[in-house]
Each structure stands twice: as C-alpha cells, then as structure tokens.
Design a binder for this molecule. Sequence first.
Ligand code: AMP
Length: 279
Amino acid sequence: MEVSSTIAEFRRTREKLVGSVGFVPTMGYLHEGHLSLVRQARRENDRIVVSIFVNPAQFGPQEDFAQYPRDTKQDLNLLEKEGADVVFMPLVKDMYPTHFSTWVDVEGVAARLEGAVRPGHFRGVATVVAKLFNIVKPYRAYFGQKDAQQAVVIRRMVSDLNMDLKVLVAPTVRELNGLAMSSRNIYLSSTERQSATILWRSLCLAKQLWERGEQDAEHLRVEMTKLIQKERLAHIDYISIAEPETLEELAKIEGSALVSLAVRIGKTRLIDNILLEES
Ligand code: AMP
C-alpha cells in the first residue's frame, strides 16, 4: 500500500495505476462504516484509493475541526488489511494554498436541512470533493447513506458539472443497538451512547407508522418528536420528511421519502436517516 501526503507525489503514483480506480473519500478515524465502502470499492474496481483529509472548509467557526478525532496509524493499519492500494493524505496547505479562491456552490439541495443549520458546510464539502475527484480521477466514487444529503449534493454536482465518474451510495452501517457508526460517536459518554439510540428508534417508529399506511408527514414528525422528547439528554435540531432527490419537504408521502434528523445528545450533534420506499 502506498501512502502519498502531497498532491504531486499522489499524481506520480496515480499515473502507475492501471484499470478502474474506485475512490473512497474520508476524514479518517475509520470505523466499519468507512470500511464497508472500501470493501465495496475493492469488489467493484481494479484499484482502490482512499483519502484521509479533515477538510477545514466544511467546518463552521464554532465547530469541532480542531477536536475532530484523528488516528493515522490505526487508519493505515485498517486500510492495509482491507487491501487499499493507495492512501492519499494531503496537508491543508497543499489543498488550500494562499490565494485559494475557487468554490463549488451547489444551490437548492445544499441549502436545506444540514445546509440551513451549518451555513457553508456543503460549499466546503462540494469544493473538496471536486478537488479530490480532479486529483484522484476515479472511475467510481463511494459515499455512505449515513450522510444522505451529502450524497444528494455530490450527485447533483457530478451531474451539473459533467464530471466523468460514477457515484455509488452504500447503506449505513450500525452498531447492534442501531446507533449509526460515526467518528463523532467517540465524543459520547456511555450514558449518552445509550441515549443516542433514540435517533434510530425514532426512525424505526416513522417506518412502522408509514408501513401501516400513515402518509401524513406531520403526523410522523409529531410521533417522532414525542418519542425523542422522552429521552432527557436529546434535543432535536430538525426532523425532515422530504422527497429523496430534491429534499423538498413533503406534506403527504405518496412515493418514496427520506426521513432524516439531527439531534444533539449533550454537546454532540448526531444525524441519521431512513429511506421509505415501496418495494
Ligand atoms: P467521514 O469520514 O465522516 O467524512 O465519512 C466518509 C464517508 O464514509 C462518507 O461518505 C460517509 O457517508 C461514510 N460513512 C460514515 N459513516 C458511515 C456509516 N455508519 N455507514 C456507511 N457509511 C458511512
């Protein structure tokens, strides 16, 4: 496995990669969620590239960029075991040199949900992913359903800017208790970790009600809110029931719907979602 920590070095390595390249962009502190993407990429491509880059541009000034968990040694061990071919870990000053001034702004879908609460977040995400695509030149790129809106934003960008690659979205990997795996779960105490299962429990409740024929989005939202409010440590940022592609809020669920939510457990903000779709 090769590790490149500059763009120039990576480009030299990239030249030598033959066949289809599958790419998994990450911010590191890898867990089974990330590794499931790496495994899918491994199955579907000749070579795989994983990037580890904690992207300052997608963190707000009050957010956790400095505290974001990092463990490069452990990440490299895990990626070696999964058979990654190249790990790209650029430095911030290489990705955002002085005078950097070009940004990718996806309108519409990026302004809702997370975008409304975290201004500038998706501008940072879209910009870094566009840069990484230009550097890595993958045939396929892999993203997690865990960050459902991010996947929608990236698909929109790839389509709008005619980027020549395929975007694949893999299912959310969860702990046995339903908690979606996330690097940020490390911030949770053991009591908070238990409380954090409320996200998944409330999503399951929404699914159950919908399966029993409930189509009124407001009713689902009310029932989810009631359940979450029973959890003392949980504070709701938003609950959204939206059309999965446009992310426009739905009043009535007629086709499929993306139910997503952001909840603060103590000081930690968690997101999760479930797709309601007729089989
Ligand atoms: P991150 O390192 O948090 O930026 O995540 C890198 C990629 O892994 C993103 O495409 C995430 O959506 C995906 N990912 C993170 N957590 C999970 C999970 N629990 N299951 C599946 N994919 C995930």
